[in-house]
Design a protein around this ligand. Structure first.
Ligand SMILES: CC(C)(COP(=O)(O)OP(=O)(O)OC[C@H]1O[C@@H](n2cnc3c(N)ncnc32)[C@H](O)[C@@H]1OP(=O)(O)O)[C@@H](O)C(=O)NCCC(=O)NCCS
Length: 169
């Protein structure tokens, strides 16, 4: 199957933080950000395989800076690597301050999706072709991250995680 350039899965998603998205301190609720991330990354995974995709795991999200009412949140999602039926989507999250316009990168997040058929059974997806320096770095690291999440999910035995083990040899 022909490889698909990682850049063709790029998905940009921009949101204004409204009162209904915030807690009583005027900070964006974590669950709202997770929802925006889920949608942006699902579109990115769909752009790779053009099939129905389901969220298999939310792998890595931390909330390092409060995002305030009126701020603009920009999510850049791209498939970093695909495997047989699953895809890792890497996201960079930026916040544009509502009065200064200053844009800062506030977070990174990783979600895993699986392409499924109409009965919900996993189906094969195309391979990703990483081109930029950053795409290649994320592609290379994806195998280790996959092994770690499958161990944590009880779907892989630690002794089978050759890429992870190589880090400590
Ligand atoms: C995700 C799902 C399709 C996997 O189905 P499954 O029968 O467990 O399939 P398999 O064990 O054969 O795994 C299929 C792929 O999912 C990946 N996978 C399964 N569980 C995973 C997990 N916890 N984390 C990361 N990847 C996972 C496997 O590595 C495999 O990928 P690969 O084919 O690229 O190697 C199935 O569990 C499902 O439908 N889950 C619900 C999805 C959903 O509703 N999401 C919204 C949540 S509200």
């Amino acid at each position: 199957m022909k490889k698909v350039p990682a850049s063709s899965t790029l998905t940009l998603s921009t949101h204004l933080v409204l009162p209904e998205n915030t807690n009583t301190l005027g900070n964006l609720m974590g669950g709202q950000l997770l929802n925006w991330l889920d949608i942006a990354s699902a579109i990115s995974a769909h752009r790779l395989c053009k099939r129905v995709v389901v969220t298999a795991a939310v792998n890595n999200v931390s909330f390092q800076h409060p995002i305030k009412l009126g701020d603009i949140v920009i999510i850049e999602a791209k498939v970093s690597r695909s495997f047989a039926t699953s895809m890792e989507v890497f996201m960079d999250i930026y916040v544009e301050h509502h009065t200064t316009g200053e844009r800062i990168k506030c977070n990174e997040a990783i979600y895993t999706f699986v392409a499924v058929d109409q009965l919900g059974s996993p189906i094969h997806v195309p391979e990703v072709l990483p081109e930029s320096e950053e795409e290649i770095k994320r592609y290379d690291g994806a195998l280790r991250r996959r092994q770690l999440r499958l161990i944590l999910a009880g779907k892989m035995k630690p002794e089978e995680a050759t890429e992870l083990k190589a880090l400590f040899d």
